[in-house]
Design a protein around this ligand. Structure first.
Ligand code: GAL
Length: 138
């Protein structure tokens, strides 16, 4: 399947009501422990702080956190797993006034209260073991 090369990095500016929609498929079977990582960075460089870090360990759990002043903060972990082995998925990340809301395949799955204001996000990155089909920001 043709797709967008990962790591995929692009410049954004977010405001309340913005949403990022990712369509992707794990590159391999869950038995091989594929992962996906999405980062909302505060600078246009991948070493910068991260307002919203979303890392999927397919078939196992999801980790959400922020990186502030170069340090990981309190990690949120959820074993809610809407992703299905060998199937593509839609992942929508909505910027609400109080939190990022994550909707997977139409199902509200995770929330992450803002620690850094979404207005400070300048760059996004998606990477690890996924075939990236499309990314839309609205
Ligand atoms: C670490 C992991 C980082 C990040 C962090 C979140 O274990 O290496 O990529 O996910 O947890 O708390």
């Amino acid at each position: 399947m043709l797709g967008i090369q990962v790591p995929y990095t692009w410049h954004v500016s977010l405001s309340i009501g913005s949403s990022v929609t990712i369509r992707a498929k794990p590159m391999m079977s869950f038995s091989l422990d594929p992962q996906m990582q999405v980062g909302f960075h505060t600078e246009a460089n991948e070493k910068s702080d991260i307002a919203f870090h979303f890392r999927v360990y397919f078939g196992i759990f999801v980790v959400i956190n922020s990186l502030e002043g170069g340090s990981w903060k309190h990690e949120m972990k959820s074993s809610h797993m809407p992703f299905v082995d060998d199937q593509s998925f839609d992942l929508r990340m909505l910027v609400l006034h109080n939190e990022y809301q994550v909707v997977a395949n139409g199902q509200h799955c995770y929330g992450f209260a803002h620690r850094l204001q979404p207005g400070c996000v300048k760059m996004m990155q998606i990477w690890r073991d996924v075939l990236l089909i499309s990314v839309d920001v609205s």
